[in-house]
Write a new protein. Structure first.
Length: 332
């Protein structure tokens, strides 16, 4: 098995480099690297085994951390759903492009046509692109991933708690749509199946496009509340429902890594794992922890200006300059 070397979370500049290939002089032009971003929702700094979590195991994510590098000084552009996603997908401060806070189903705005996403960037270099999971950059057709650089999309257009089953304000929300491409295929879907469905689509995308460069963006709906987990992972940990949810996310990462390895793509695939912001601390044992294991470091919860996201990105065959632990990729 090839050894993974972990990188800091990718910035727009690094992915631009990835899209065109290394400029290092070589006998043959290097292959264009594949890029996978796994983007969790409300995952805390201390919610993985490699960051001190207890009560459940995250062997696949711990493998990335053990065999490579963790980005322990990374800060998201803004500590809330939509704005954080705008930051990672455009490389811009979200306020500059008009995406603030968390867009709800009543929002009439979304990501503008004039903004270039990572999907649009790499498509210029012939990449196949897909987004499977929570989009949250506008739910009207003109704002969906398929209009912003992604060949395929399957997932929820906004947060999984924005539906009629919300225990306090459900009457304020319409039915929650599950979208495939630009078509609503189900309303108020069975959320216990979301992580599995996203993962299956991701693996299928890798299988179908392994012979060409691809960019896979996998923004999981979990562990945003309300928490849901499939039967195959329910009761699998001693941390209750939250631990089961994280165990299933770790399983998902394992499935993606296995697909990459099955096609012999390990040495030419960049895998990044991180979160949009920290845990929603008001939800007790249904949220994670902002505990930071390093003295002098500060990680806070969702909505806090200093929210730190954990990063376990991986590039098995990267230039030496990218092997070093980096300072923050972006700061609020």
């Amino acid at each position: 098995m090839s050894t993974y070397r972990i990188l800091p979370r990718v910035t727009l500049a690094i992915l631009a480099w990835a899209a065109v290939g290394s400029q290092t002089v070589a006998a043959e032009p290097p292959a264009r690297p594949n890029v996978v971003i796994v983007f969790c929702d409300d995952l805390g700094y201390g919610d993985l085994g490699c960051y001190g979590a207890t009560g459940y195991a995250t062997p696949n994510l711990d493998r990335l951390a053990t065999e490579g590098l963790r980005s322990t000084r990374f800060y998201v552009t803004q500590a809330v759903c939509s704005a954080s996603r705008a930051g990672i997908l455009t490389g811009c401060y979200p306020n500059r492009i008009g995406i603030k806070g968390a867009l709800g189903p009543q929002a009439q705005i979304g990501i503008a046509d004039g903004e270039m996403t990572l999907g649009e960037l790499v498509k210029q270099q012939g990449y196949a692109t897909a987004a499977f999971g929570k989009w949250h950059l506008g739910h009207h057709p003109q704002f969906l991933p398929t209009r912003h650089g992604f060949d395929e999309y399957f997932g929820l257009p906004y947060s999984n708690d924005m539906w009629p089953k919300h225990p306090e304000v459900g009457g304020n929300f319409p039915d929650l749509p599950l979208i495939d491409g630009e078509q609503i295929v189900e309303l108020n879907p069975d959320q216990t199946q979301l992580t599995t469905l996203y993962t299956e689509r991701a693996v299928r995308f890798i299988d179908e496009h392994h012979a060409e460069p691809f960019f896979l963006y996998l923004p999981h709906s979990m562990p945003h509340v309300p928490l849901f987990v499939s039967e195959k992972h329910r009761g699998s940990t001693t941390r209750g429902l939250f631990g089961d949810v994280i165990a299933e996310i770790d399983w998902s990462v394992g499935q993606i890594l296995a697909a990459i390895e099955r096609h012999g793509l390990t040495d030419n695939t960049l895998v990044i794992f991180t979160s949009d912001n920290g845990p929603w601390l008001s939800y007790g044992d249904h949220c994670g922890t902002a505990r930071c294991p390093r003295p002098g470091r500060c990680a806070k919860g969702k909505g806090r200006r200093s929210t730190a996201a954990c990063g376990c990105p991986s590039w098995p065959a990267s230039p030496a300059a990218f092997r070093r632990e980096a300072n923050a990729a972006s700061r609020p």
